[in-house]
Design a protein around this ligand. Sequence first.
Ligand code: NDP
Length: 249
Amino acid sequence: MSTTKKRVAIVTGGGSGLGLAIAEKFTTNGIDTIIVGRDEQKLKKAKDQLGDHCYPMTCDVTNLSAIPGFIEKITARFGHIDILVNNAGINMKKEFTEVTDEEFQSVITTNLCSVFAISREVVKQMLKQGNGSIINISSMAAQYGLPKVIAYSASKTAIDGMTRAMAVELSPKGVRVNAIAPGFIETDMTAKALNTDPERKQKVFGRTPMGYMGKPDDIGEAALFLASDAAKYITGVVLPVDGGNSIGF
Ligand code: NDP
């Protein structure tokens, strides 16, 4: 990765939660960071917080046919794309038999199909440059079986497979591809999932050797590392950042 040129990153879902923490880490390290989401107000608030290195751009990542044009617009404006963080995601907690085909498809489209479509377009640019770093945000739902999140689990497990497949195909051409599997991190998404389910919350703490939930900043640190030259020999890994949750008894 070039050290002379200013680095440019795209963080999908960069307006809130883990994406915002990743974008904050990038911008404070001088990386021009495009944050992507549907909610213009949310993005504007994040821009106010992150300052000059932050560039909010609205896009619904499930609108797959609009993605090539959207990435082209970014390339035309910034000249190059060095880092892509596929972070935008939704969850849906429901009994297995209650999930409709439409609901299943909606989670898959947001969490998986959009990651493919965005990555494909960004990789076209990265291959022209001969370098780039892609980071997919996975989940503990891909490390072990979690009940009542069938579509989410399917999407995140596919993300891990896609990370490895992309890494073997693209790393010889200079594009590293890795994933981060966050454990239980304090965000709105987990608050919603755990505060309504004390038994699940107890289970989370019971199998997390460190005994507490992570902070969004922990994921930001991991993303900054994987995007940096310090990780130049790392590709195809799914890095758990989870206080030991994935290996907890
Ligand atoms: P949030 O709900 O806080 O953030 C999700 C972000 O994704 C929002 O900024 C939202 O922006 C964006 N987004 C959702 N759908 C779309 C869409 N169709 N188009 C564009 N942007 C979209 O969630 P978290 O920060 O908790 O989660 C971020 C990622 O981390 C997800 O992939 C999640 O699965 C993963 N994760 C989170 C964990 C946690 O503990 N929080 C644990 C494991 C994984 P907007 O509403 O503006 O569209």
